[in-house]
Design a protein around this ligand. Sequence first.
Ligand code: GDP
Ligand code: MN
Length: 392
Amino acid sequence: MNIHEYQAKEILNRFGVPTPRAEVASTPSEAKQIASQIGGRVVVKAQVHAGGRGKVGGVRLVDSPEEAKKVSAELIGTRLITKQTGATGVPVDKVMIAETLDIKDELYLSIVIDGDLGAPVVMASTEGGMEIEEVAEATPEKIFRIAGDPLIGLTGYHARDIAMALGVPKQSLKSTIKLVSDLYRVFIENDCSLVEINPLVITEDDQVIALDAKINLEDDALFRHPNLAKMRDHNQQDPLEQRADEADLAYVKLDGGRVGCMVNGAGLAMATMDITKSAGADPANFLDIGGSADQKRIEEAFKIIVDDEDVEIILVNLFAGIARSDVVAQGIVAAAKETKTTVPMVVAMRGTNAEEGLEILSNSGLDITGAPDLAGAAVVLQQKLLELGGSD
Ligand code: GDP
Ligand code: MN
């Protein structure tokens, strides 16, 4: 789960990581009021679930409370399109008003899970303020990496090595070491999948401060953090992904395809995408209904796929173990009738009650072709796509 910068900074502060003085505003006049409390120049920052704001006017330095109000009015209620968003951008509902700092140096510091190592890895670079992907590509030697031990944590000498790699001035070394250790605790104790400070700044008076903050929380651990779970901002999500989340379904939108894929299980999703591609088409999405889906969830799953405007045909690939084919079939039929969809469907079902399931589908009067397995479904899919015409 993604959270906003202002929420990430709340977490950082709780763990002792310093950030600039700031408050969040939902209206221009609130922004003005906060700016006058802070006094002097302030920075107005659009709160969206995407980085790269600076380059597109989402981070603006202003000289007065009046200007803070004006700039906030320009941002609130619009959509911000950055390198990290889709073409339609993300809505700006709030802005952060923060004190400005006199910046001497911009550094980079992040923690992510390294799947190969099975451990959190701290990444540090003197090249802050720019995109780390570009640094990794052009000058990979400028990124310093150290893995924390999952049981022991990040040792004091590791934190020191990282602070040294950041090249901070001697006067700032002690506070940087503390900041690295505190940031590591943020990562572990909140079950994060990413904590990224870009830039981490050294001020003219040698303070070390997190100027920007991005935190991703691990979805599978959110149940342990009810207070963090409340930070979810549905407005920032694609509406279909939001509906999938609410129904506890795993839905992934894929660009450029025309086949909607409904499967149960991630492995099956991969096989289904391969088959779709070998049938000469690209998946428009995939939706994983998981193991024990009841009819209501199947119905919602189906409706989400139908509401994806790119979907011209639906491929359902079910390997029923705990899930029952007849329940899935009933869900599909109910949802198809309710939505009055005309999108053709190809359905492969095996396992528990597969025959009953296929029978329910074939008796439904809908444009559904059943197949006993995925290979058979691929043949039907290919033929149906030819009938539909066009290609990817
Ligand atoms: P992002 O573009 O979405 O990653 O937003 P950031 O919060 O990282 O801001 C982008 C850039 O704006 C930073 O790298 C800084 O160079 C600049 N910036 C942000 N806040 C301040 C500030 O308080 N003072 C100064 N001088 N520059 C700032
Ligand atoms: Mn940034």
